[in-house]
Design a protein around this ligand. Sequence first.
Ligand code: GAR
Length: 208
Amino acid sequence: MFKVVVCVSGGGTNLQAVIDGVEKGAVTNIQLVRVISNNKNAYALERAKNAGIEAVCVSPRDYDDRESFNEAFIREVNAVNPDLIVLAGFLVTVPPQLIRQYENRIVNIHPSLIPAFCGTGYYGIKVHEAALARGVKVTGATVHFVDEGMDTGPIIMQKTVAVQEDDTAESLQRRVMEQAEWIILPWSLNLIANGKVTVENGQVHVSE
Ligand code: GAR
């Protein structure tokens, strides 16, 4: 069984999609061992508890500086010795030491078709505001491995979503979640946990 830690900051709908996938048997060979939030009020923590998953909060506010927070965060991850770390709406920069330790074993979900609307400042609703401002007709979501850049790691899976004439950032965000994120995140995890994903020269290959 692949031991998985999920890191969250907010509502946790992507976490829920993974929990549901595991419960329904669509995602196999995965054990969700711990959920870590940087925000003690994140509803994602409730979702974890409801599913019987250990839920932990490590907030930068409780530490004097970034280095102390990073050390505490790394300790909470390493305590359960995971095979995979999933950033499911985790809005904190992951410490570079952790990225090096878990090379190609940290997965992130991003609400656009990378390389569009990604990098510094592009998170959550801002991504959809930027997409609408640019007038794109198609957007979507991307699951990728995390490297030391911002949204630059090897792409595992992407799914497109059509933009509608009357979309607001909120309606688009919701549709990207429903039609893309909640599908490709559990799907990618299932492929990884079942040994179907390899990375070669920065490119992901999937065998089904
Ligand atoms: C999701 O849309 C996810 O793609 C996004 O945050 C949201 C979290 O929602 N992540 C980023 O923007 C990362 N750059 P959730 O807490 O309901 O899963």
